[in-house]
Design a binder for this molecule. Structure first.
Ligand SMILES: [Zn+2]
Length: 111
């Protein structure tokens, strides 16, 4: 499945939109509720954590208290920069399952 495309009408969704509303956005093409699949969200956070660990190692936390604080800051910045970027690239959209809506009673008549 291509990244950032609605599975129903294949309309592409803007990258910023996917990252900002990964929990639920409306398809610009067909108006369905979409969400980023769990798998791609998981991968994006893994990549973010890897970037955080790398930044942590680069910034030498052993250099006293300030070095430690800086390392935490860099690791956090690396995570928050990389995770959304990766999500933009790999985001796989799926139709969000509607919260169970009670069927109108009239619908049962013609089965
Ligand atoms: Zn659509």
């Amino acid at each position: 499945m291509a990244a950032r495309k609605c599975p129903m009408c294949l309309q592409a969704v803007a990258a910023g939109h996917v990252v900002a509303y990964s929990d639920g956005m409306e398809c610009p093409g067909c108006g369905r509720r979409l969400e980023v699949s769990l798998g791609s969200r998981y991968l994006a956070s893994l990549a973010g954590i890897a970037a955080g660990v790398l930044a942590w190692r680069q910034s030498n936390p052993a250099q006293g208290e300030m070095g430690f604080a800086a390392a935490v800051l860099w690791a956090f910045l690396a995570y928050s920069a990389v995770a959304p970027l990766v999500l933009m690239v790999i985001a796989d959209l799926r139709v969000k399952e509607e919260e169970a809506v009670a069927e109108p009673a009239a619908e049962h008549g013609h089965h």
